[in-house]
Design a binder for this molecule. Structure first.
Ligand SMILES: [Zn+2]
Length: 364
């Protein structure tokens, strides 16, 4: 009964959010406080400079720390700095890595974190999970939720289309993940948190409603994707695990990372995983229905477009259940290589190839 659910106190999603920061409660918090801004390189460094200039009249001390990667070394280095000279707040500024590193350092040093995502490329923009690199491999760890999230829609609009597509891929996984969760519940393996499930379902459905609107423009699409990714993050916080948003499709993506060279972005791989999971979840027709959406939203429709071979996909599907102890649709089958090949051929026909052109940002 005493489970504590953490959600951000403030969520600011608007055009010009950074320049309008002095008009928000987040700015009030900074009076005479010390703030560390953790950012990536180039563009996010420029944005960190903008944020520093904006909060300078209010804060007592501001330091910019750059984080070139999400490795344990980088995290330890930043953690030492934070412990030596503890700030009142950490601002995480950037795409996935700077946000994840800020969340980890904030959690380990017990400093509240405010996130300023520059792209909606995954649900990392507001989730109780961070991906870090240990021993050259990506691992998810539990972290404290951010205290606030500030999304400037003008900055989001200038993010590479590839990152936005990846975020949408990560969001679409809610459907297959919820199916898997229900499956685990029916098998008597896991409790299901109905409220968290409802939030994750509504997050993806409200995004799809936006997509189905006739007058859709890029700005509305990005705003809707960001809002739904945030709702997904909160659903995870309510559930106390990533269950509402991570099922078999994520296991396939994790296997591609661990066993096949991590050649693409998280959300791109998850989008490919969603097609396979939908198929296995007896929703063959759903795969047909999803394909036009993938085209419309700029998502990959074939694994070869992400640089993976059929042999690698086969390996990823075979090894996916071993990626973590999580019951999914994959546990209901013991697929032979021949069966996997037949599935791959059906889910990824020849004509689905060469349609995806990742624009901007690399997978590394
Ligand atoms: Zn994900």
């Amino acid at each position: 009964m005493a489970n504590k659910i953490r959600i951000p106190i403030h969520l600011i999603i608007e055009h010009g959010a950074v320049s309008r920061l002095p008009k928000t409660p987040v700015y009030e918090w900074l009076k005479d406080k010390k703030v560390f801004l953790i950012c990536g390189s180039n563009n996010t460094l420029n944005l960190a400079g903008m944020i520093r200039d904006t909060i300078r009249p209010q804060a007592r001390e501001i330091h910019i720390l750059s984080c070139e990667s999400n490795t344990l070394d980088t995290i330890n280095r930043l953690e030492r700095k934070v412990l030596e000279d503890t700030p009142d707040y950490i601002f995480g500024i950037g795409g996935g890595k700077a946000l994840d590193v800020s969340k980890v350092v904030g959690t380990r040093c017990n400093v509240p974190v405010v996130l300023f995502p520059t792209a909606a490329s995954s649900d990392a923009i507001c989730s109780p999970v961070a991906v870090i690199k240990m021993m050259h491999r990506s691992t998810s760890i539990g972290v404290r939720m951010p205290l606030a999230v500030v999304i400037d829609l003008d900055i989001l609009a200038s993010s590479p289309p590839r990152l936005a597509a990846a975020g949408i891929g990560d969001l679409l996984s809610n459907r297959t993940a919820l199916f898997d969760w229900q499956l685990a519940h029916q098998a008597g393996i896991e409790e299901m948190n109905t409220f968290a499930a409802l939030m994750a379902k509504n997050a993806v459905e409200s995004f799809m409603n936006t997509v189905n609107r006739g007058d859709l423009d890029r700005s509305s699409l990005l705003k809707s994707a960001a809002e739904s990714l945030i709702m997904s993050g909160i659903a995870m916080s309510v559930a106390g695990s990533s269950r509402p948003c991570s099922g078999s499709e994520h296991l396939i993506s994790h296997a591609l990372d661990f066993h096949c060279g991590a050649k693409a972005l998280h959300g791109e791989q998850v989008a490919i995983g969603v097609l396979i999971s939908q198929y296995l979840q007896s929703k063959r027709q759903e795969v047909e229905l999803l394909r036009p959406y993938y085209e419309k939203l700029g998502l990959p429709t074939h694994y070869e477009d992400l640089g993976y071979t059929k042999e690698e996909m086969r390996r990823a599907i075979r090894l996916a259940p071993s990626m973590r102890n999580r019951y999914t649709i994959l546990d209901e089958f013991s697929l032979t290589d021949k069966q996997i090949d037949a599935i791959l051929e059906e889910v990824f026909p020849e004509e689905a190839k060469n349609r995806y052109r990742p624009i901007g940002s690399s997978a590394k």
